[in-house]
Design a protein around this ligand. Structure first.
Ligand SMILES: *Cc1c(COP(=O)(O)O)cnc(C)c1O
Length: 370
């Protein structure tokens, strides 16, 4: 058998290669500037990202986990407070809530969309509940209208975890601008990815933005004057300069992802795999293209044998992992989550995936699962 080129599930290196000269130029500009952390590139990126999302403020931090942890702290949420989120997410969402000192409470997801089931909020809410953190999973919004009205009714903060949906919208406005706070990871594989760690928080509230700026740097009100205990979660100039450049290509990248997804979805309609469903109120930016299959391990193995990469996001729900199992309160039923983690499989998805690659994925998959 001839050696097959492997099509990866994701490929941040492909975007780097396409923008290499401009990225080198941006890094060179920073090296010559004399500013390396929280300087003019960070300020410009914050301005440009806030404008892109449609909020009045954006605050750059070290990574997406810190973005959520500091976002909670900036709203005064911490020890003794409960924060409701999902178990079907990157473990970072739950880790961040505990990092802030608060207690995560996990609810099941909606079938199909696999995002927070708003009908379960009532069941798990307690006297201690302070916030709800929906995760806009795989590139698509959670049901924001139902979640938002629940939060309004019960005076809870709504913090959107937008780490998988940079640039996606709900009713025409960008995700991240709808809740009190929106938090983003810019981990290299994300739709807006740095070449290292980075994160950003957006809000329309000036006091919250000011507090975030303090919390990311030792609680400093001014240099060497801590107003409250803070963290070190600064964004560096090199990553900010790279992110400014990449932000210019985010919409084009998202459009490519959507067109690959459309192609996958129509071609897979005739197979037994279950393709992603999209909400009419939102745009899907396909951070991942996730299908469900009754024997996804065999499918994954078959794809691998033919040089097609795949991955499982996520093989275990958070409440099933050793660090959390038996320790966190959940909704009484977690069956949608527990069934999904056994059936999901992510197919190759990145803007630079060309039509030859897409055809190869489809050819391999359709031959195996007609
Ligand atoms: C990637 C991700 C994070 C965490 O981001 P880091 O930058 O790795 O800390 C948080 N939430 C979700 C949903 C993510 O996908």
């Amino acid at each position: 058998m001839s050696k097959q080129a492997v099509i990866p599930v994701t490929d941040p290196g492909a975007q780097l290669a396409a923008l290499r000269l401009e990225i080198d130029e941006a890094i060179g500009r920073v090296l010559s500037s004399g500013y390396y952390i929280l300087g003019p590139e960070v300020e410009a990126f914050e301005r440009e990202f806030a404008e892109y999302i449609g909020t009045t403020h954006a605050v750059g931090v070290a990574n997406g986990t810190d973005a959520l942890a500091l976002g909670l702290r900036a709203l005064g949420i911490g020890h003794g407070d409960e924060v409701i989120t999902v178990s079907h997410t990157a473990v970072a969402t739950v880790a961040a809530i505990e990092q802030a000192g608060a207690t995560p409470v996990l609810v099941d997801v909606e079938p199909g969309f696999l995002t927070l089931d708003p009908y379960l909020l009532e069941e798990v809410m307690s006297e201690k509940t302070r916030a709800v953190v929906p995760v806009h999973l795989y590139g698509q919004a959670a049901d924001l209208s139902k979640i938002l009205s629940f939060c309004h009714r019960h005076h809870l903060a709504l913090i959107e975890d937008v780490s998988q949906a940079h640039g996606a919208t709900w009713d025409g406005v960008k995700l991240g601008s709808i809740g009190h706070i929106g938090v983003f990871s810019c981990y290299p594989t994300k739709n807006l990815g740095a070449l290292g760690d980075a994160g950003i928080v957006v809000t329309n509230d000036s006091a919250t933005a000011d507090r975030l700026r303090r919390l990311r740097q030792y609680g400093w009100k001014e240099r060497n004057m801590s107003l409250e205990p803070g963290a070190n979660s600064r964004l560096d100039e090199v990553q900010a300069a790279i992110l400014r450049l990449k932000l210019r290509f985010l919409d084009t990248g998202n459009a490519s992802r959507r067109s690959i997804a459309d192609h996958y979805t129509s071609a897979l309609a005739e197979t037994s795999v279950q393709t992603p469903i999209t909400r009419s109120a939102s745009t899907h930016v396909f951070y991942l293209y996730v299908v469900e299959d009754s024997d996804r391990d065999a499918l994954s193995e078959n794809l691998a044998q033919h040089g097609v990469g795949s991955a499982i996001h996520y093989p275990f729900a958070v409440h099933q992992q050793a660090a959390y199992s038996g320790r966190l309160r959940t909704s009484s039923s977690m069956t949608v989550t527990e069934r999904a983690v056994q059936r999901i499989i992510s197919l190759p998805m990145f803007p630079e995936l060309n039509s030859e690659g897409v055809e190869k994925v489809l050819f391999t998959l359709k031959k195996y699962r007609q």
